[in-house]
Every structure is written in structure tokens, then in C-alpha cells.
Design a protein around this ligand. Structure first.
Ligand SMILES: Nc1nc2c(c(=O)[nH]1)N(C=O)[C@@H](CNc1ccc(C(=O)N[C@@H](CCC(=O)O)C(=O)O)cc1)CN2
Ligand SMILES: Nc1nc2c(ncn2[C@@H]2O[C@H](COP(=O)(O)OP(=O)(O)OP(=O)(O)O)[C@@H](O)[C@H]2O)c(=O)[nH]1
Ligand SMILES: [Mg+2]
Length: 486
């Protein structure tokens, strides 16, 4: 993705929090066209507004004016909007200069903004905006998070909305951004806090003891919490699937029709197809979508013993892809499926797949070239898996269904909110702590302090999702994955 960059370098310890500096950035990918925005966020932007726009601006109203260079000449004419704190995206003072979208004019405008901040304010002799600097990727959104405008799951949803690879993913991201996912997490947290209060109260007044928990139906509350969690986990897994998709590798002997199958699934002539066995050397990858679920499909070199230097490299790459797959389509050529030699080679590949792949990676047997076998022979051999023709498209729908099943896709995109693998993992930890807690609650010994501790840990794991309990390192990684200006 063009705007992705590596994790930010670790911050040096400084006395001021990093987010107190005023920042500026070009908020639209430069060179992409129409209108570009230079955006500022910080405390009291008024002096810079005065310098750039030659006047003060009415709150949250677009004003057409000249963006002024130091000598008063116009860099560009455009719309300026001032969002006074706290009613802005970041919760700070925000200024937007909406200019013509050329990369050079936007760079000029950004440079002018930075210079205007450093210049002495005629009124005070001090810099108009001390420490004004260019924003890091994701820093506007990070401030929105730090200033409690949005929680971490919503901030992530903004990045996911921008990066969405399917319409369904974009709609789901929009739902998460609106807080649907967060509110489920908050509801879980509130129920957990209620239960914790009961347990802590019992700990504080030991004479009340177990009866107190029984009267308050702590068991029932915990069981209900666990049930709700199961539902939230299922939806979250769907959301993560919508965001991340799965990696499907097409493997098999040369000439089985792997490249033809990729092309058929993608609906485009992406990979070279010829009758010559050993045509594909490098992998060919394409993301397709089925019901909005992104599938990263990879066509590989045909697997066989080869003396050809180039082909050998291709085959090694094929195995590397296979080992990183979430699912493998093991493609066979129906027209040759009864030949002894062919079957022996297939058995060799099957054996290698079994040793190289972990057990939970599904391998789907796919029998291709259904169109080329005589109609009366089609049903003869009982073959498990999917029979299809990459050439005519027969059977492709069955393959698509199979792929969705393997991915674990259940719901229609309506009602799914976007989520990340990170969230799924956190919920899994919540689940484990609740299971431990249930054990303590049920045990004759009634280890109340252990129960309380598990509930506390469960709440912490929930808090990692919304950002209440998230390490600075992780925050740094999450926000550094944003575009600059976002
Ligand atoms: N021009 C522009 N368009 C944009 C953005 C932006 O920053 N600028 N956004 C950037 O991502 C998104 C919109 N996000 C925004 C979120 C909150 C506020 C805001 O001013 N909130 C105030 C007032 C809310 C209200 O009037 O009801 C607040 O929450 O107090 C603005 C933009 C998409 N479009
Ligand atoms: N009749 C028929 N021919 C097919 C079908 N699929 C592929 N073929 C033909 O089989 C030959 C090999 O197809 P490819 O898609 O290049 O096979 P591959 O598995 O990618 O081969 P390598 O890249 O060499 O490993 C080509 O001549 C295709 O036209 C099919 O469903 N029916
Ligand atoms: Mg090929």
C-alpha cells in the first residue's frame, strides 16, 4: 500500500508529551487530483490563520480566500476552514486549507505554513506557532484517540476504511468507525465491571462470603457474560476475515490448469496459459472477492522433478507459497487422472503436502478439465473434492462456495463490523480468563482472590481492544500504519 511505512522509531524520553506540538501535513495523496488539503492541528492556531489567510475565520465555515505567501502574494486561492477546539477531528484547533490538488502547489503551501509558524508574531515578537512541525503518519488520528474523540478500535477502523479492498470491507469499517464494534466491547466491559464489584465486595467483607455471591447470582452473571462473548467473538472473526481475507494457493502438476483456474476466478487473463508443461515459473498473485471476502489467490509453478535451473527455482517458490497458505487447492487433470504415472506423481505431491503443511490447513482436491472427459466417464470415478472446468466455468460456483466455507464465512456483509486479528486474539484471552474465573467460582475452595484476578485480567484484555490498556509500542505500530496526513 502506497502510504504504509514501517513502525515509527521509538520515542526518546522527553518532558513534553509528543502530541502537544502543533503539526501540519498534506492530507490528501498528492498528485491524485482535484483538491488537496493542507491540515494543521494544535493549540491556538489563530496567529497562523491570520498570517496565511489575512483575517480570522468564522468557526466551521468555509471561506474562499487567497493563501498568502510571506510577501502577501497568493500561493493559491481556495477554501479555508477553522475548527476551533474541541469541536474538530483531533479535538484540538484544526485549520484546513483546501487548495488545488497538485503536488507542487501543496508542498509550497505546506512549506509556507511551517515558515509562518516559525516567524515572529508582529504583536508579541514570539514565533506565531512554536514547534510547528510536519505530522507523522497517523498523527492526526492518534490525537483524536489521545483526546478521547475516538477509541483505538475506531481509529483502526479509519485505516481499514481507507485500505478496504472490497465494498463489503469498506461498509463494515464504516460501521466500526461509527462505534458498533466498540459498543459491544463496552457492554462486555460494563458487565464485567459489575461482576468484579460483587467479587471485590465479597473479598472486602469476608463474613458475607459465598452466600453474597450466590444471592447476587454471580454464576449466572458470569455465564451470561461468556455467552455474549461467544457471539461477539464470532462476529469479530467475521470482521477480521473481511479485512484480512485468506491466502489460497493453487498447486499441482504441470499442465493441470492452475493458471487457467486463476484466470477463471479472476475473470481476467493474468497468468500465461499454454499447453507446454512448465509454463508458469514465478508466482502470479491476484486478490479476488467472493461475497465481499477478499481471497488472495496465488498461481504457482507446476510441481515435478526438474533438471531445468529456472524451473527448479520456480518450484522452490511454489513450495514457499504453499507453506504460507491458509488453504491449498490441489489441482488435478481429469483427462490424465487414470494414468498410473500421473497418479504416482500426484501421490508424491500429496505426501509432500501432508508433511509440509500443518494439519489445520485445508487441502481441497480440485479436478479440472471436466469438459474434456466423455460425459459417460464423468461420474465413473468417485473422486472427492470439486470437479470443474476452468475452460467453461462449470463447477466454479461450487469451488467459490467451498472457499467461503473454508474461510469460515457465515454472515452476509450486512451487520458485520470490521475487526482485526489483534482483536480476535484479545477476545480469545478474555475467554480464557473467564473460563478460569468460572472454575474458581465453581470450586469448593472458592479462591475468591484468584477469581478476582482472572476477572481483572479479562477486563485488561478487553481494554486492549479499545486502547484503555494498550502499550505505547503497540500504539506506535498501529498509528505508523496510517497514511501521512491522516
Ligand atoms: N474536509 C474534511 N473532510 C473529512 C475529514 C476532515 O478532517 N476534513 N475527515 C477526517 O477524517 C473525515 C470526517 N471526520 C471528521 C470527524 C469529526 C469532525 C468534527 O469537526 N467534529 C466535531 C463537530 C461535530 C459536529 O458538528 O457535529 C466534534 O466532534 O466536536 C470533522 C471531521 C472525512 N472527511
Ligand atoms: N479442455 C480443457 N483444457 C484446459 C482446462 N484448463 C486448462 N486447460 C488447458 O490445459 C493447458 C495447461 O493449462 P495451464 O493453465 O497453463 O496449466 P498450469 O497448471 O498452469 O501449467 P504450468 O504452469 O505448466 O504448471 C492449456 O492448454 C489449457 O488451455 C479445462 O478446464 N479444460
Ligand atoms: Mg501455469
Amino acid at each position: 500500500m502506497p502510504c504504509r511505512s514501517g513502525p515509527a522509531t521509538p520515542e526518546l524520553a522527553v518532558s513534553l508529551p509528543r502530541h502537544s506540538d502543533p503539526i501540519a501535513a498534506i492530507a490528501t495523496a498528492p498528485g491524485r487530483g482535484g483538491v488537496g488539503i493542507v491540515r494543521l492541528s494544535g493549540r491556538s492556531l489563530a496567529p497562523v490563520i491570520e498570517a496565511l489567510c489575512g483575517r480570522s475565520l468564522r468557526a466551521r465555515e468555509a471561506t474562499y480566500l487567497a493563501f498568502r505567501d510571506q510577501d502577501g502574494s497568493a500561493i493559491d486561492h481556495g477554501l479555508a476552514i477553522h475548527f476551533p477546539a474541541p469541536h474538530s477531528y483531533t479535538g484540538e484547533d484544526v485549520l484546513e486549507l483546501q487548495a488545488h490538488g497538485g503536488p507542487v502547489v501543496l508542498q509550497l503551501l505546506l512549506a509556507r505554513v511551517l515558515a509562518a509558524g516559525a516567524e515572529p508574531d508582529p504583536a508579541t515578537g514570539q514565533p506565531r506557532l512554536a514547534n510547528l512541525r510536519v505530522a507523522q503518519p497517523g498523527e492526526f488520528t492518534e490525537r483524536a484517540f489521545l483526546n478521547d474523540r475516538i477509541d483505538l478500535a475506531q481509529a483502526e477502523a479509519i485505516a481499514d476504511l481507507i485500505d478496504a479492498s472490497t465494498a463489503a470491507a469498506a461498509r463494515s469499517a464504516s460501521r466500526s468507525l461509527a462505534g458498533e464494534f466498540s459498543s459491544e466491547i463496552h457492554a462486555l466491559r460494563d458487565a464485567l465491571i459489575h461482576l468484579r464489584m460483587l467479587v471485590e465486595a465479597t473479598l472486602d467483607f469476608p463474613e458475607e462470603d459465598i452466600d453474597f455471591l450466590r444471592q447476587a447470582d454471580a454464576h449466572g452473571q458470569l455465564a451470561k457474560l461468556q455467552q455474549t462473548l461467544v457471539r461477539v467473538m464470532a462476529r469479530t472473526r467475521q470482521g477480521a476475515l473481511l479485512r484480512e481475507g485468506i491466502k489460497v494457493v493453487i498447486a499441482g502438476q504441470p499442465n493441470a490448469g492452475k493458471s487457467s483456474l486463476l484466470n477463471a476466478l479472476a475473470g481476467a487473463e493474468l497468468a500465461i496459459v499454454t499447453p507446454v508443461p512448465g509454463t508458469t515459473r514465478d508466482k502470479v498473485a491476484q486478490t479476488i472477492q467472493i461475497e465481499g471476502v477478499p481471497l488472495h489467490v496465488i498461481d504457482t509453478a507446476g510441481l515435478r522433478e526438474s533438471a531445468d535451473e529456472v524451473e527448479k527455482i520456480g518450484i522452490a517458490r511454489a513450495w514457499a507459497e504453499i507453506e504460507g497458505a491458509d488453504a491449498v487447492l490441489f489441482l488435478h487433470d481429469l483427462t490424465r487422472a487414470d494414468a498410473t504415472e500421473y497418479r504416482a506423481a500426484d501421490a508424491g505431491i500429496a505426501g509432500a503436502l501432508a508433511t509440509k503443511l500443518s494439519k489445520h490447513i485445508p487441502v481441497v482436491e480440485v479436478w479440472n478439465k471436466l469438459d474434456a472427459v466423455p460425459a459417460n466417464a464423468r461420474d465413473a470415478a468417485p473422486r472427492t473434492g470439486v470437479r470443474l472446468s476452468a475452460k467453461t466455468g462449470a463447477g466454479l460456483d461450487t469451488l467459490r462456495r467451498t472457499l467461503l466455507d473454508i474461510a469460515g464465512w457465515q454472515s452476509a456483509p450486512e451487520g458485520v463490523y470490521i475487526a482485526r486479528e489483534r482483536h480476535v486474539q484479545a477476545l480469545r484471552r478474555v475467554d480464557e480468563h473467564l473460563a478460569q474465573a468460572a472454575g474458581h467460582l465453581a470450586s469448593a475452595a472458592q479462591a475468591l482472590d484468584l477469581l478476582a484476578e482472572e476477572l481483572r485480567l479479562a477486563q485488561n484484555a478487553l481494554g486492549e481492544i479499545t486502547g484503555e490498556f494498550t502499550s505505547d509500542d503497540l500504539l506506535g505500530v498501529i498509528f505508523s500504519q496510517f497514511c501521512i496526513g491522516k
